[in-house]
Every structure is written in C-alpha cells, then in structure tokens.
Design a protein around this ligand. Structure first.
Ligand code: SAH
Length: 500
C-alpha cells in the first residue's frame, strides 16, 4: 500500500517545508512499526521547487495470504472464525488510514512549531494512491472528494486483470487529488474517506470511533452532502453510533454558526467586570470571578457533590469546582467543540493525574435535547447560558434540565438588563454580548424562574451577584432552584427520624 503527497514551491517558500509539516525529514528514510506491519516514509524528490513524500505500508504477507485463502474457500467453518475473516484484517484502506494517523499524527492535527504559518495555510498539493479499494467506484470517489475543495479529483478504475479486459474493472481505483488545501485538512479527509470507500473496517468499531470521526471530520463533515453515507460506513453501519454521530454533527453545524461568538465570549465576560468592586488586595475581582464564587457558595450550601456545568464554555467554573474536593464528579457540557477544546486545554485534561481525571469530564451536547447522560447528578449550573438560547427553544431547555435530567439543585445566572445603564461603554438599549438572544430585567427573570419552578416542582430563591445597585439592581442575577418534592420528603423523613 502506497500513498504520495507532493507539493511545489519557490526558493522563498521551498517545497521541502513539507518535511516540517509532516514532521519527517526529507533526507532520511524512516520506518515505523504500526499495529499491522511496517510503515516507511521516504522522499523520492526533495527540492525547493518540488517535494514528494511517500508513505509505504508493508503488511505481513503470510497472514494476508492465509486469511485470503480462508475466505476464498467460502462457507464459514464456524461462526467465530467467520467473524474473524469477515472482519477483514487486511482491508487496505483502513490500514493505510491507521498508518496515516500513526505516522503523521501531528500533521493531521495541523501542529507544526517550525512552520506554523505553512501548516495554517493552503498548499498546492497532489496526493496519489495507486490502488484504493472503492465500493461504489469512481463515481462515489467523486461524490466524496468533490465537495471538499479539490481543484481536481481523478479516480481511474483499475482493470481486474490487464490481460483480460473483458473481465472488467476491479474494485480498485487509482486516485489523484490536486488542489490548494491545508495539509492537515487533506490528511484528515483521507483518514476518514479511505476506510469509507473500502467499506470494511479491519478493527472492531468501538463507541470512541464516533469521537475520532468527529475530530477528523472537523471543518468538513458537518456540511458534506454525503454525510450520512460517510458516517454510516465509517461506523461499520452500526446504526446507534451513526445516529449519535449525525446528531452531534447537527450540533456542530448549529454551533459553528456562532462559534466565533464563543471565542470572543471569555474576553467579553471579562470586559464586563465593573471597576468599582475593588478589594484592598489591589486587583478587583472581575464579575466572572464574583459569579463563580457565588455559584460555588450555592453548590456548597446545597450539599452537592456531583455537578453538571451546562454550557460550560471554556471551563472556568469546572476548573474552580475541581479545586474543591467535596465536588467528586464534575461534568462540563457544551454544544461548541471549540469551547470544549479550549476547556480541555485549560484544565490540562491530558496531563491530569488519574484521580483528578476521574472526577471530571467534558461532553458535547445540546441543552435543548433531553440527554440521559445528564441524569443522576446532585446539581446543575446554567451560568450565563439561558440568554444564549433562542426564546422559542427555551422551553426545550427547561424540560431537558428540570424535567428530564432533574438534579436536586439548579443554579441559573443571567445578566440583569436593568444594570446595563451602569456600563459606561455600553450604548443604551444594547445587550452585553452580540450572541445574547435577550437580557431580562429582574422582574422578567423572576417571572420565568417562578414559572419553571412551579411547573417542575422546584422552590426558587434569588441572589444578587456583584454590586447591588439600589436603583437598578446587580449586574448578574442568580436563581437557585431546589427540587421540592424531594425537599419535602426529606423534611418528612427527618421528622420521622429516617434520615437520608
Ligand atoms: N458557563 C460559562 C459560559 C457561558 S457562555 C460561563 O459562565 O462563563 C454560553 C455557553 O453556552 C457557550 O459556551 C455556548 O456554546 C453554550 N451554549 C449555548 N447554547 C447552548 C445549547 N443549546 N446547548 C449547549 N450549550 C449551549
């Protein structure tokens, strides 16, 4: 199995930069052992003008022949073996995809410390794979790669046997892609689409394949017209996983629409901080810090140990919760993959000790859908989230949180619109952030919260966060909901001496 990646360049932007981007030096042939054989990277040409890297994968031929024969005899001697054989351990394209992700791991992620600007920008690329097994043939190849920004997608069917043209074409095509793309994007497309074309994964499809697919599909899969075929084939037609992936891609689409807003958000939240809430230590706590402290206090008062941070954004509250050992389980949920990525980085999730790591997880989800992953927690926080939800979708969020997930305590914070006149930089009548769908006065917030509490059987109390202006109230308003039925039952149990 064989794949080449070529680029062109000039003395100022030499083609050999490809070596930096792939993290493989053009002057050396390098060999890597992957789980299925040996992968080699070598450069048939490497000049300023033109550079080609080749990835060669050698799979253990003995095993290949043996398995091939077993299959050729037809009939399944026993089910266990049949399954083994059907698993197709030698399926060309998924092996190549695995080799790509192993050998070019950093390139796939678009990481390149030496040439970051080259990694971030499109390059003239030509990618050639002499034999791609393609169920669906050249036509499907066109449909899969066509919408992805290539100037030319060429898939030439390979004859079954050149000596006997009447036998027709094999299921292999010769694939040549040409165009200006970011190298990481090109590699991630191949990583997903080669096994999709092959349509026979050599390894068992585990639930984390959905995560892998979404990671590799970032930036192109959510809008791909063949998304359903890609998803279902990639996940070996396991419908549950396929549906999960499609749902999550739908979320990505929704989130992409205002992802830039999310990015600006943390800064915006910081910028909101009033200058007059100073403390003697010098630096005044920002409104975001005050909010975090108020939420932590409410959770401690509620005696919560397991906490959902719904719409966790970039993970500020999750980080604060982790610092207090009484919170034994913390889950941050957000619709934005990008926000979660930033949160994971901020929390250093990948470098966390095992015990800490067991306490925390970040999951992607939309709060306007019920989600059984969110049941069974003591408390949920919606910090500065409701105002990001379109009013017609708000009842869905209410139901998902108060009706389905139903934690004992729910803490909600939201801006107080009345306070906006106090922000010096905020023109009258404007909301604080362009992604806010609305901002409530205290009366509006109380009306909403009171109604939610009544409908779902919660009691609600209100707290001011930040400077509580005698006229317009505080910058942030907070409501703490406590489930009533259980509360009353606790009281009753206490009276009867049952305890909890
Ligand atoms: N809780 C954080 C971030 C608030 S910003 C804080 O207090 O600083 C609002 C966050 O809610 C964003 O990260 C946004 O992506 C997320 N969000 C908005 N609508 C959502 C929805 N329907 N489902 C899940 N998350 C949503």
């Amino acid at each position: 199995m064989f794949l080449t990646i070529s680029t062109t360049g000039t003395p100022e932007r030499p083609a050999t930069d490809l070596g930096f981007l792939l993290h493989k030096h053009p002057d050396r042939a390098q060999s890597f052992s992957t789980s299925h054989g040996t992968a080699q990277v070598l450069y048939p040409e490497a000049s300023d003008e033109r550079c080609t890297a080749a990835l060669l994968l050698e799979v253990d031929p003995v095993a290949l022949v043996r398995r091939g024969k077993g299959k050729g005899r037809g009939g399944a001697p026993d089910t266990a073996l049949a399954q083994y054989v059907n698993d197709r351990p030698y399926a060309a394209s998924s092996l190549l995809a695995v080799a790509l992700s192993t050998v070019f791991r950093s390139a796939l992620r678009g990481v390149c410390a030496a040439r970051p600007e080259r990694a971030a920008s499109p390059l003239p690329l030509r990618i050639e794979i002499p034999a791609v097994p393609a169920r669906g043939g050249a036509e499907l190849v066109g449909k899969l790669f066509g919408p992805l920004g290539w100037a030319s997608v060429e898939a030439r069917p390979v004859a079954l046997d050149e000596r006997f043209p009447e036998w027709g074409d094999s299921r292999y095509v010769q694939l040549v892609l040409e165009g200006e793309l970011r190298l990481a994007d090109a590699l991630r497309q191949l990583y997903v689409l080669l096994p999709v074309l092959d349509d026979a994964k050599h390894y068992w499809v585990a639930p984390d394949e959905v995560d892998k697919l979404l990671r590799a599909g970032e930036g192109w899969l959510a809008d791909h017209p063949e998304q359903k075929l890609i998803t279902s084939r990639y996940l070996a037609r396991r419908w549950g996983l396929t549906r999960e992936a499609m749902n999550r891609l739908e979320l990505v689409r929704l989130a992409e629409a205002d992802d830039t807003e999310v990015e600006a958000l943390d800064n915006a939240v910081e910028a909101e901080a009033p200058a007059d809430t100073g403390d003697e230590a010098g630096k005044p706590p920002s409104l975001a810090e005050l909010r975090c402290a108020a939420i932590l206090a409410a959770l401690r008062d509620a005696g919560a140990s397991t906490v959902l941070d719904l719409g966790c954004g970039q993970g500020r509250l999750v980080q604060a919760l982790l610092k207090d050992a009484r919170f034994t389980r913390i889950v941050g949920v957000d619709v934005s993959v990008r926000a979660l990525t930033v949160a994971a980085r901020r929390l250093k999730l990948d470098r966390m000790g095992e015990r800490q790591a067991e306490r925390v997880s970040l999951v992607q989800g939309a709060l306007t859908y019920t989600d059984k992953r969110l049941t069974g927690y003591d408390a949920a926080v919606l910090s500065e989230v409701v105002e990001h939800v379109d009013p017609p979708r708000l009842p869905a969020l209410e139901y998902a949180v108060f009706g389905a997930a139903r934690p004992r305590t729910v803490v909600v914070t939201t801006p107080n619109a009345e306070y906006n006149v106090r922000w010096e930089t905020l023109p009258a009548g404007q909301v604080r952030h362009s992604d806010h769908r609305f901002e409530w006065t205290r009366a509006e917030f109380h009306a909403w919260a009171g109604e939610v509490a009544r409908r779902h059987g919660y009691g609600v109390t209100y707290t001011a966060v930040g400077d509580d202006d005698p006229e317009v109230g505080p910058p942030t308003q907070m409501a703490v909901f406590v489930e009533q039925a259980r509360d009353e039952k606790d009281e009753k149990d206490k009276k009867e001496g049952k305890g909890r």
